[in-house]
Design a protein around this ligand. Structure first.
Ligand code: SUD
Ligand code: ADP
Length: 301
């Protein structure tokens, strides 16, 4: 993980991070994702949109720790402001796993958020996935990944890929996954200070819903855009403005919005070119730099 400039980056150093958890407790990462492209190719009878997208994990993560309780109580020890504990995806994931597995154990969950909430980086889904992956072991359930993924899908369309653990080409609502070997890449991610609700963007009349499906090979050749991007830019003009700034930077192989936004990214094949752009971020913009991961850090946990 690269920590360069506290003013511009949301990353904390490891000493600060260690002070946020009870000493001696093992901590687990919940990495962010980027959607390198996102096409809306249709709609299901229940209103959910059919997508094609590529998920890439990046080394920018929330961190979680867990203490098993014997009394069945599930508790987030440091609740998120403005989010009732029952709605926290960690609580919901733990309860779902406890109830479906028939286990009577509980857990205290420590959550250190770093990923901006509701920014299209999948932080909540990743927290849910890490909770399922770790409690599956700590509670001695030991279901296989496929079964955990099906459970995760009940919590949100983005949860299964974080359990799958490989960068992936995704179809359906994001649950039909094909492993993708992506080349090393570095990202400058901008985090506009606005929230766009996923549900609002999918509900927008102007959204293109009939992009012609592509083959994985076309994505490998560089095809792909984000159908949600023009809708987001219309809802929040800052999205278009900051995107324009990223597009003007040299050395980038791809620029786009992640998921339903509002976070934006520029991809670079070299760390040095990413760093140059990161250092040039104007004072009235904010963001961070991250490395693309080859796989989820808990893939073999
Ligand atoms: C767009 C994507 C791309 O990765 O991510 P985000 O940008 O939100 O992270 C995902 O498909 C989002 O997945 P997730 O954030 O889990 O969304 P959900 O909670 O399942 O859905 C929120 C709401 O958005 C709408 N929705 C979501 C996904 C989808 N394929 N079609 C939809 O129409 C539905 O109205 C749904 O009630
Ligand atoms: N642990 C969590 N972290 C972040 N958001 C959460 C969490 N639990 C529930 N949520 C809810 O899920 C919404 C989407 O969260 P997030 O995954 O960060 O964004 P996105 O879906 O845009 O990538 C948040 O706005 C919040 O209301």
């Amino acid at each position: 993980m690269l920590v360069i400039d506290i003013r511009k980056t949301l990353k904390l150093n490891s000493e600060v991070e260690a002070s946020l958890f009870p000493s001696g407790l093992q901590t687990f990462p919940a990495p962010a994702k980027l959607n390198l492209f996102l096409h809306v190719v249709g709609r299901r009878a229940d209103g959910y949109h059919l997508l094609q997208t590529t998920f890439r994990f990046i080394d920018f993560s929330d961190r979680l720790a867990f203490t098993v309780r014997s009394d069945g109580i599930i508790k987030v020890m440091n609740p998120l402001s403005d989010l009732p504990e029952v709605d926290n995806l960690c609580t919901r994931a733990a309860k779902l796993l406890r109830d479906r597995s028939g286990k009577t154990l509980g857990v205290e969950i420590y959550l250190h958020k770093q990923i901006p909430m509701g920014g299209g980086l999948g932080g909540g889904s990743s927290d849910a996935a890490t909770t399922l992956i770790v409690l599956n072991r700590l509670w001695g359930i030991n279901w296989d990944r496929a079964r955990l993924m099906m459970l995760g899908l009940e919590l949100g369309a983005d949860v299964p890929v974080f359990i799958y653990g490989e960068n992936a080409f995704a179809e359906g609502v994001g649950e039909k996954l094909t492993q993708l070997a992506l080349p090393p890449a570095w990202y400058v991610v901008l985090t506009p200070p606005v929230h766009i609700l996923t549900a609002d963007i999918f509900a927008c009349k102007e959204l293109t819903r009939n992009t012609i499906p592509i083959k994985i090979s076309a994505f490998s050749m560089g095809a792909g855009h984000n159908d949600l991007e023009p809708v987001a830019a219309r809802m929040q003009p800052i999205v278009g403005d900051w995107l324009q700034w990223l597009k003007q930077q040299p050395g980038t192989s791809k620029v786009g919005m992640s998921g339903s936004g509002a976070c934006l990214f520029a991809e670079f094949p070299e760390a040095s070119s990413a760093l140059k752009v990161f250092e040039r971020i104007p004072v009235d913009m904010c963001g961070f730099m991250a490395k693309g991961l080859a796989e989820h850090p808990l893939l073999h946990f």
